[in-house]
Design a protein around this ligand. Structure first.
Ligand code: HMG
Ligand code: MG
Length: 304
């Protein structure tokens, strides 16, 4: 029933640090990426090429991409909401290009307007050339179906609304479907209902879950996905994360907690949990607060 192996994308450098009030130096972001790859992460969402007026925390994206030491076998991704973002990501020397780009739409109209300043249909027209141009350069395209379990402005979001965006993303050739609970309101049965809609249109290897933990349901939601055989998840080191345009949403499920769960289930990740805890402790130290991850806190207390 469960997959033998799970692939985790650590979105901490992007989803995590985009939401911090204090500006984090590019050097610390680069160090975080290095620590994550040393811990065995094979997929890292490094930054986003978005408007610096909208998300100033990500305004050093080119510097961060230029500064990371690439490890063979690691896939580095960035968010690109439009051609301007993709062009900026590809204006660097080729060895600094992302291996994958993320187009992020929303299952609710209201969130699409607030987050990327356009309707769902308009967002698809912005993504269409991004997908084509990325593919022309051999770059994979992942989607985020934001607000798949609820919207801070609209309230409830139905599986039909999720499927509508999944179909639109598939129609423009997006390779991977990431179902995202942006505000962390989902519970296992509802998550399964949303995932079923994604699985109608994408193979299981190209469907992933991205869970924020506002109501403490993220691990239960991941477990519910594992029961369906889903083997790709986003998680964020130290439980960092949130979206500046999703008020009240807390961080993503912590990578340390997910790896602890998967280790316990005998599901391989290739990640060394001790080194992961080190990575989380280091960035938490930069931010001046302890990690949100329960597993990390327990392991750090045991070490002390
Ligand atoms: P817009 O204002 O509609 O864009 O914003 P525009 O094309 O009209 O351009 C306006 C200005 O932005 C111009 O500059 C453009 O050059 C500039 P000005 O002439 O005023 O100086 N611009 C850009 N600059 C840099 N990079 C770009 C870019 N595009 C335009 N790519 C836009 C549209 C999408 C740019 C804006 O709304 C934006 O940047 N939004 C960012 C939203 C964001 O990053 N949110 C957080 C990430 S999503 C998330 O966290 C959810 C996720 O984790 C999954 C989940 O949990 O659900 C992924
Ligand atoms: Mg998110």
């Amino acid at each position: 029933m469960f997959p033998d192996r799970v692939k985790l994308v650590d979105v901490g450098p992007r989803d995590g640090l985009q939401n911090e009030k204090q500006m984090v130096d590019a050097a610390h972001k680069i160090d975080l990426v290095h620590r994550l790859q040393v811990a065995g992460l094979h997929e890292i969402e490094v930054t986003s090429f978005v408007s610096p007026k909208w998300v100033p925390q990500m305004s050093d994206s080119a510097q961060v991409m230029a500064g990371i030491r690439r490890e063979p076998g690691v896939r580095y991704s960035v968010l690109t909401p439009n051609m301007k973002g993709l062009e900026a990501a590809l204006s660097a020397p080729r060895e600094q290009w992302p291996d994958e780009v993320v187009v992020f739409g929303a299952a609710s109209e209201a969130f699409s307007q607030r987050n990327i300043n356009c309707s769902v249909e308009e967002s698809i027209e912005r993504f269409r050339p991004v997908v084509a141009a990325a593919h022309a350069q051999g770059i994979k395209v992942r989607s985020a179906i934001s607000c798949a379990l609820g919207c801070p402005y609209q309230g409830e979001v139905t599986p039909d609304e999720v499927e509508r965006l999944v179909v639109l993303m598939k129609g423009i050739g997006v390779d991977h479907c990431g179902v995202a609970d942006t505000i962390g309101v989902g519970t296992p049965k509802r998550v399964q209902a949303a995932m079923e809609r994604a699985l109608k249109h994408y193979p299981i290897a190209e469907v992933s879950g991205h869970f924020h933990d506002t109501y403490g349901q993220a691990l239960a939601n991941i477990y519910a996905c594992l029961e369906m055989g889903i083997s790709n998840f986003d998680a964020s080191i130290a439980g960092l994360g949130g979206c500046p345009y999703a008020k009240g949403a807390t961080g993503n499920v912590a990578t340390e907690d997910v790896v602890y769960l998967l280790n316990g289930l005998g599901i391989a990740t290739g990640i060394d949990i001790e080194l992961l805890v080190d990575a989380g402790a280091a960035i938490s130290n930069v931010l001046g607060r302890p990690p949100v991850s329960r597993a990390a806190k327990a392991m750090l207390a045991k070490r002390a």
